[in-house]
Write a protein that binds this ligand. Structure first.
Ligand code: PMP
Length: 447
């Protein structure tokens, strides 16, 4: 589709104009219906246009749409912070609002740094992260991102941060359920801390359940706890980036709850505002916040932070998640969708792996399932399959990261309100798209 426009995003690719969205469906101006099988970018957790959230926003708009946080506190802000703290691990009582995921990550590393300076550890500034990973597009969050196509052009403008491999057991031929696997990958963190010098390392950040960069990567047995222990041993602050995995999509409010591990600081966004408003938060254990506030304050903030309208929307979203039992539904429907995606592996030998937790699910295409060899880059599977699905009225989300290191993966993450019927519709449309892709790709695919 070509259309002249003053608007631009990443590429020249254009999409139809959105007319309406309700529940799990979206319609373009020509009346074509799409099943939102990726909740946008894993955002629209409670589905589109829930009247209860719209009504809560309307009520707030009638009162006030904006009050600058240095001039006024707001009741929705106070209530939302209380609610978020109650849903967070014990002791994580302090909530700092922002308007998106990158802002939440920036806030997390800046609070960590200011804490270190405040308590007399100014030598600590390095934030170790994993590769591949995605932590945001602003320069601070980008420096933590392990994804060369996004970072390379900007390297001279950023502080290089140390990276360790993400625990991709399925690529390394290791058993996800063997605790030795978790220890193997966690040991890489300890080695990196020692290599850098522990007294220079401020924090370690990772996604408990991976997002776009790894395609719903689930940590191996033993990994989460071993990472927590290593951070404690070396005085390194543990930050969980739950921007995508938080908010209930995995079946629990925080992804890390599946492994019963609490970090020191958490970043959330995406499903927290669920597409009704730009909203995110940094949640910190009070032991990091109090010294910084005592020492003169947190030198960081964004204009729209904690505005009453965004907070009213966030409160209403959480209310819908709880009232409608959507975390339970995400766990139940997620298990069904995962098993139906696994069924597709019989028909399509080029599906190498199906993974994820709750409704944060992905599958990966390969040319050899045994060796997990990626598909040839020239096939552009990550673009092709998405287009074929789109033509069927199914939206999925894809990524191809570096050639030879990993392949094409596809996130299938419908809103948490999805039903059994929606699962079947997704699988039917995906089957058609995969058949079409196989016919087009020909002998390059595993058979
Ligand atoms: N962290 C993770 C894990 C993400 O998935 C994203 C968004 N894809 C971000 C941070 C950045 O969020 P935003 O795009 O809202 O800035």
């Amino acid at each position: 589709m070509t259309r002249n426009s003053h608007l631009f995003y990443q590429t020249r690719a254009r999409r139809p104009m959105l007319a309406e969205a309700k529940g799990v469906y979206m319609w373009d101006v020509d009346g074509t219906r799409y099943l939102d099988g990726s909740s946008g970018a894993m955002v629209s957790n409670i589905g589109h246009s829930d009247p209860r959230v719209i009504e809560a926003m309307r009520r707030q708009m009638d009162k006030s749409t904006f009050g600058y946080r240095l001039h006024f506190e707001s009741e929705p802000g106070e209530k939302l912070a209380e609610k978020v703290a109650s849903l967070s691990p014990e002791g994580m009582e302090k909530v700092f609002f922002v308007s998106g995921g990158s802002e939440a990550v920036e806030s997390a590393i800046k609070l960590a740094r200011q804490y270190a300076v405040t308590v007399g550890q100014p030598s600590r500034w390095k934030v170790i992260s994993r590769s591949p990973s995605y932590h945001g597009s602003t320069l601070g969050a980008l420096a933590l991102t392990g994804y060369a196509p996004l970072t390379d052009p900007f390297l001279p403008m950023m502080q290089a941060m140390p990276k360790i491999p993400a625990p991709r057991a399925y690529l390394d031929g290791l058993d996800l359920n063997d605790p030795a696997t978790g220890l193997h990958y966690a040991a890489m963190l300890e080695a990196k801390i020692l290599e850098e010098g522990a007294d220079s390392v401020l924090a370690f950040i990772h996604e408990p359940v991976g997002g776009a960069s790894t395609g719903a990567l689930v940590p191996p047995a033993g990994y989460m706890k071993a990472v927590r222990d290593i951070c404690d041993r070396h005085g390194v602050i543990l930050i969980h980036d739950e921007v995508m995995s938080g908010g209930g999509r995995t079946g629990k409010f925080m992804g890390a709850e599946h492994w019963d591990v609490a970090p020191d600081i958490i970043a959330i966004s995406k499903g927290f505002g669920a597409g009704y408003t730009p909203l995110g938060a940094m949640i910190a254990h009070e032991r990091f916040v109090e010294p910084v506030l005592d020492a003169g304050g947190f030198m960081h903030g964004h204009t729209y932070a904690g505005n009453p309208l965004a907070c009213a929307a966030g409160l209403a979203v959480l209310d819908v998640v709880e009232t409608d039992g959507l975390m339970q539904n995400a766990a139940r429907i997620g298990a069904l969708l995962k098993s139906r995606l696994q069924d597709l592996m019989q028909r399509f030998p080029f599906i190498g792996d199906v993974r994820g937790e709750g409704l944060l699910l992905a599958f990966e295409l390969v040319s050899d399932r045994q060796t997990m060899t990626p598909l040839p880059k020239a096939l552009s599977a990550y673009l092709e399959l998405v287009e074929l699905a789109y033509a069927q009225g199914l939206i999925i989300y894809s990524r191809r990261t570096r050639d030879g290191i990993e392949g094409d993966h596809f996130l299938v993450c419908p809103p948490m309100i999805a039903t059994e019927d929606h699962v079947e519709e997704i699988i039917d449309k995906l089957t058609i798209a995969l058949d079409q892709f196989a016919a087009k790709a020909g002998p390059a695919l595993a058979r």
